[in-house]
Structures are given as C-alpha cells and as structure tokens.
Design a protein around this ligand. Structure first.
Ligand code: BDP
Length: 597
C-alpha cells in the first residue's frame, strides 16, 4: 500500500487534531455509537494512544470499545478528484462510519487501511466521521491476550478460592500475554488524500547489482490498463535511467548502512495524469553460511530491540521522538534495530532509509502461547497472522532499510513442538512467496529448551532472546556465562548465523553500587561486558541487540516498577551508564567485516 504523498497530482488533508471521544459505557452494541452519545464526550488528541491523556483511571484500564468523532468539510475545488480516507493505524480493531454508514472495518492495530470515499465525502459539504475502536486482546488477536484469567506478570494464586471468586466477579479486563502496555486508540495519522480518477494503485520494486550497474525492476499496478513511464534521478537531480519496468543505472551508487553512505535515488512513476515518487536504495541482502551479507559484505548488527513508547503519547505517533531516536542510535554508534514487537509508523522506515539504519521488521505476533492447551489448535489467530504478514510486506517491501522479516516474537514452540513446527514452517514458506526481494525470514525465540525446539533452527537467521544472569542465574555472571556458552556450543553446530536479539537487565538510573548487584547501573554495564566478551569469541554470532533501547511502559504487576527498566536510555532518552559503554564498544566495532575469518 502506497504511503500518502503530496505532489503535482495528489493532495493530502490531515484529519488530526482534537476529536470528541468517549469510552464505551456498556450500553452500546458492539462498535457503534450514535452521534448523541458524544454529548458527554471528552476531547482527545489524534493521533495518540488515549490511555495516558486523562486522569480518570478508566482510561488506562479500559477494556473494550471507545468512540471518536469529528466533522470536516473539504474544498469544493476537489470535486473532480478521487478521495481516499486513510488510517495509518487504529489499535486493535476499527469500525469507521461516514455520515452513519459503516464504510470500513479493520482488524490489527499496527498497519494502515483505507477507504475509497469518492462520492461519500462530498466536497463543499460537511461530513461526520465516527471511529469505534476496540482494544480487546484474546486468542484471536495479535498481540495475544490470555483467556485463562492470568496476566503476564501475576500468578494470581490459582487455587485460592477467594482469588478465583474475585476474578469471576471483576469487570472484563485485558490480560496481555506480552510485556508492553496495551496502548490503544487512533495511534497514527488519519488523512484524506486525493488521486486522479485513473491512478497508480501500488508499486513494488526489486533491485539487483550486476557488475558496476544497478538494475531496478518496477511492478506497477494501475486502476485501469495503460502505459506507465518511470524516470530515475540521482542525488543531484540528474536523470540516470528511464523506461517502463526494468531500468538500468550505469555505475550505480549502492545504499550502505551507517556509517556508510545510504545513497538514495528518486524514482518518479507516471501514469496518465497521476504521479508518484519514491526513494530507491540499491542494495543486496543474502545469508551465506554463517554470514549476513549486505552488498556482498558480512554485516554485524549493532543495535536494539525498541518500542514505540514515550510519556503522554503512549504509542501515539511522535515524529519528534523518532528524529530524536535516530539521533541517539547514531550517538551510540549503532546501525540497526528490530521493530519489536509490531510494525512501526511508516515515517520511521523513511527516516531509516535516509539515515542508513538497518531494520528487522517484525509483525505484532507476540504472546502466542500462555495456555495449557495447544495454542496452534485452540487459538483463532492463524488467518489473521497471514493477513498481517501479507500487508506488512506490501507496506514495507520498497524500503532499502528493511533487510529481514520477523514473523513474530517468543511464541511457545516447545510445549507442542510438532504443532509449532507445522505452524511456523508453513508460515515461513508463505512469507517467502510474498517478497520479490527474497529477504531472509526469521522469528525470534525465547529462552527455552533449545534441544526440543525444532523450528528456530530452521530460520534463515537464528534470533534468540536470552536472559542468563537476569531471569535465571540471577546476578551470578560467572554461572550465566557458563550456561550461555553451553547453549552457544549447541548453536555453533547448527551452522547458521545467530543474532542475540534480546539480553538485558532492569536498571534504575542513578542507583549506584561499588559491588555491582542487580538493578544498579554498574550491574547493567558489567552484565553487558561479560556477555559481550563471550559473543566476541563466536564468529557465527552476527549481531547484538540489547533489550531495550529505552525504558518503556508495561502493565502494572509485581515484576515491574514504573514499567520495564531495561533501557540503555531512560524513557525520556537520557543515557544510563550502559549507553556510554555501548557507545564506546560500537565505536570500535565496524559494521562490516567484524568477524571475517
Ligand atoms: C522478552 C520479551 C520482551 C520483554 C523482555 C523482558 O521479548 O518483550 O520485555 O523479555 O522481560 O522475553 O524484559
């Protein structure tokens, strides 16, 4: 799906701002509020997560529907245009009503959807837009919520009669099977954009390198058959290639990750009176033995698992924060991150293309498990998971920064290993069919019985989250390193590239100790130094992603004091001591050829 663009053929109107908003009062049928319901409404910022924008505790703990409303009128001069209403992300389920008519329903909180509103929105006449949003999570949603009555961080004393009774008595609650706050609402921009009546529907590009030349193949979908013409300009604005599908750029500049030059060409696609421009980065990606090659050279991932998370905005789109995060990524001499645990706002991918930051692009399939039964049999998420992978690849396939797809994070793959194998194997094969650039495919596995887990080893790159020294062997870094090495001996025999996609320690900024114990800044630095020394001895380890880039909000519970504190940065992006440690370490580690033998 193409990102909305303003150019000589297309216009954009932003529908962000202060909308009317009300949490469901339990009296409305699933996902519809009549306009009178808004008589007692609050004001709500769009885009933003609604949870932290009101002091009524119901906003944070709400479970179910919430309603947004606004009116608008667009200029009469747009009468001859095609009008498209686009939502970049509504978390997790949306019903959209235009002047009382249901015009769209969308499941999944982190990918865009749009409605052709031509004829429904009449230029010069006021339109009323109501959006019903559900934040409900269960075994049919991704991320997944628990249905057996226990939140991620609470054992809830399963056989205590009074606790059982209280659980049955309380009003419905979301029980996330994942460790980040379930922020909800219209979290990304809402826009109306125009195209000519005959228009470019979609564009997919693939890039190859042949000798010194770059070959860029375009697959352009149009609303009606017709001739497409394409030109490519270099950074100076000079046309370097022209054609209709396969364009050759002589002596091409390749796109290189930071600190190399992330060179971008500008492609202009023309069809009738429609025009769409996009950045094109020419680079190759492949796995070879235990190497991950970008432009044929072995790349070393230095970076993080991240979240879209900040004070007040929650998970709401925040361009200022994204620019700051890119600056901090550069400051720490990192070159990559994983979009843990959901696709991020498209603006971030565009920044990464331009800044040379490499992305492992992850779906919101987090929390698959958490039940005593076989989740692959009792769950109702499978079709949805496929649809997400399909839409994710369609959205992000043209970004040179995206080098690998992650189908999900930490599913249960050991309780029912055969079901897990069948499920993930077929999803892997499906994902492979969708990407013409044939990027590597993976999923990220949790600390488990790696001998029993049959599927992680089948991924193109083995991505493992490990907390030796934190959740197990807590504080004992000698034992932690011993255990880590036993496991790494196992992975060495698998002969695949391995990335440590998560490892970390909760750390309270400003808590200092002379003897480094857990939660102190000294422990966090020592923990990373000890683990990294072991990673450095293994040539098949091709990346290190500490967990997490910054502290972030989670559900309340006995394991979390003011959220997850494993950030190298605080939630407001101030460095802890470990951030300085990594800045130095990564300054000394090249992006290419670090472990070349
Ligand atoms: C990992 C999860 C991540 C958590 C982290 C932790 O992938 O979402 O936040 O553990 O516990 O298992 O800090």
């Amino acid at each position: 799906m193409l990102y909305p663009e303003m150019n000589e053929a297309r216009n954009i109107m932003d529908l962000g701002g202060a909308w009317l908003f009300r949490l469901d009062d339990g009296k409305h049928s699933e996902g519809y509020a009549d306009p009178a319901f808004f008589d007692e409404a609050n004001l709500m910022a769009v885009p933003a997560a609604y949870n932290d924008l009101n002091e009524d505790p119901a906003f944070r703990s709400h479970c179910g529907w919430a309603y947004y409303k606004r009116s608008f009128t667009i200029p009469r001069t747009l009468a001859s245009e095609r009008l498209v209403l686009r939502f970049d992300a509504v978390t997790h389920y949306a019903k959209v009503y235009l002047d009382g008519e249901l015009v769209a329903e969308h499941k999944g909180g982190f990918l865009p959807f749009e409605v052709d509103a031509t004829g429904k929105i009449v230029p010069g006449r006021e339109s009323e837009l109501i959006v019903a949003v559900s934040n409900r999570i269960d075994h049919s949603t991704l991320p997944m919520g628990n249905e057996e009555g226990t939140a991620f961080f609470g054992s809830d004393n399963a056989d205590v009669p009074s606790v059982i009774a209280a659980k049955a008595w309380r009003k419905p609650v979301n029980l996330p099977n994942f460790d980040f706050f379930n922020y909800a609402g219209i979290i990304r921009p809402v826009r109306l954009y125009t195209t000519p009546k005959e228009y470019i529907q979609d564009i997919s590009i693939t890039t190859e390198v042949s000798g010194n030349d770059g070959i860029v193949s375009f697959d352009v979908e149009t609303s009606v058959p017709g001739r497409v013409s394409i030109t490519i300009e270099d950074r100076e604005g000079k046309t370097v290639a022209a054609g209709s599908d396969k364009l050759v750029i002589k002596d091409a500049h390749l796109w290189w990750p930071y600190p190399g030059d992330p060179y971008l060409y500008k492609a202009t696609v023309m069809f009738g009176s429609d025009v769409y421009t996009l950045n094109v980065g020419i680079r190759t990606v492949e796995v070879n033995g235990t190497g991950f090659l970008i432009n044929g050279k072995p790349f070393y991932f230095k970076g993080f698992g991240k979240h879209e998370d900040s004070a007040i905005h929650g998970r709401g789109f925040d361009f200022v924060l994204d620019v700051k995060d890119i600056s901090m990524i550069h400051w720490m001499n990192a070159n990559s991150f994983r979009t843990s645990h959901y696709p991020y706002a498209e603006e971030m991918y565009d920044l990464c293309d331009r800044e040379g930051i490499v992305i492992i692009d992850e779906t919101p399939a987090v929390g698959i498990g958490g039940t005593s039964e076989d989740i692959y049999k009792v769950g109702r998420f499978q079709e949805h998971h496929r649809a997400i992978i399909h839409d994710l690849i369609k959205r992000d396939r043209n970004h040179p920064s995206v080098v690998m797809w992650s189908m999900g994070n930490e599913p249960d793959v050991v309780t029912f290993p055969d079901s897990a194998y069948d499920y993930w194997h077929s999803l892997y094969e499906y994902t492979k069919t969708l990407d013409k650039q044939c990027r590597p495919v993976t999923f990220v596995c949790n600390q488990n019985n790696y001998e029993r887990d049959r599927i992680t080893r089948e991924m193109d790159v083995v991505c493992i989250n490990r907390y030796y020294g934190w959740y197990n062997l807590s504080g004992d870094m000698d034992a932690a390193c011993y255990a880590l090495n036993l496991e790494l001996d196992f992975w060495e025999k698998i002969c695949k590239p391995v990335i440590l996609t998560e490892y970390g320690a909760d750390t309270l900024p400003g808590f200092h100790l002379s003897v480094p114990e857990m939660f102190s800044e000294e422990f966090q630095t020592m923990y990373y130094d000890r683990i990294n020394s072991e990673l450095d001895k293994r040539s098949f380890i091709i990346g290190e992603h500490p967990w997490n880039f910054a502290d972030f909000s989670t559900i309340q519970g006995p394991m979390r004091a003011d959220g997850n504190r494993k950030g190298l940065l605080t939630r407001d992006r101030r460095p802890k001591a470990a951030a300085h440690y990594f800045r130095k370490r990564w300054g000394d580690i090249p992006s290419f050829g670090y472990k070349e033998t």
